[in-house]
Design a binder for this molecule. Structure first.
Ligand SMILES: NC(=O)c1ccc[n+]([C@@H]2O[C@H](COP(=O)([O-])OP(=O)(O)OC[C@H]3O[C@@H](n4cnc5c(N)ncnc54)[C@H](OP(=O)(O)O)[C@@H]3O)[C@@H](O)[C@H]2O)c1
Length: 189
């Protein structure tokens, strides 16, 4: 991709659940430990969040998890960040809904800004970290569930520089899920 960054880049938004010790999947990549919380009959705001975005940018590993579901879980366009998969690897039935991107986060957002996209759901631990490192995340909603997984991919990892966050709100639910929303603080100048 050759597009250059523009001022009208889409807003990068994160909406993710993790264990209390910060893992987004268990050691085997499984997310079954999230099921009791997803099925608790509580409104954690996922639908409302989904309505607020124009599409998703997800990591290749998150894409592979989504592919393993009985039904494709996303109604909006999905852009998969991968340096190993190409468009030819996308199953025929998903080709109009899934696009592979080998470029950097800034290149992807520039391309999507040029297509008029306003907000993008960024998902997958490594990809979220890459977007954060490039200063491309504007809002983070993190739901912590009361389990210690002790291993597995982490939501946050080493970063090139600190990112200041502004706490917007925290809600807790009877299931024990605690959800906090943060805005990324922009440094003026
Ligand atoms: N708890 C939750 O709410 C939640 C949400 C989403 C996912 N998950 C789980 O988390 C796991 C996946 O997360 P993950 O952190 O392991 O991987 P990920 O972020 O989903 O995918 C990582 C892959 O993205 C590709 N990529 C392209 N550009 C990249 C860049 N600039 N930086 C980093 N990666 C880039 C690479 O694929 P190539 O190797 O193909 O180049 C890399 O291996 C899965 O088990 C999924 O089910 C949980």
């Amino acid at each position: 991709m050759t597009e250059t960054p523009t001022d009208s880049r889409p807003s990068g938004r994160v909406f993710i659940a993790c264990s209390l010790d910060g893992h987004i999947a268990d050691r085997d990549g499984g997310i079954g430990w999230l099921e009791p919380y997803a099925n608790a009959g509580e409104d954690h705001g996922y639908e409302e969040f989904m309505d607020s975005v124009d599409g998703l940018a997800i990591g290749r590993k998150t894409y592979e998890t989504a592919l393993s579901f009985p039904q494709w879980p996303y109604a909006k366009p999905v852009f998969v960040m991968s340096r190993t998969l190409s468009q030819d690897d996308v199953p025929e039935a998903l080709r109009d809904r899934v696009e592979m991107h080998a470029g950097s986060p800034v290149e992807l957002l520039a391309a999507l800004g040029n297509r008029g996209m306003g907000a993008l759901y960024v998902d997958g631990g490594q990809v979220i970290q890459a977007f954060l490192d490039e200063g491309l995340i504007d809002e983070l909603t993190v739901s912590r569930v009361p389990v210690l997984l002790g291993g597995g991919p982490l939501l946050f990892g080493p970063m090139d520089s600190p990112t200041a966050l502004e706490h917007v709100e925290t809600r807790s639910f009877p299931s024990g899920l605690v959800q906090s929303r943060y805005a990324v603080r922009r440094i003026a100048g």
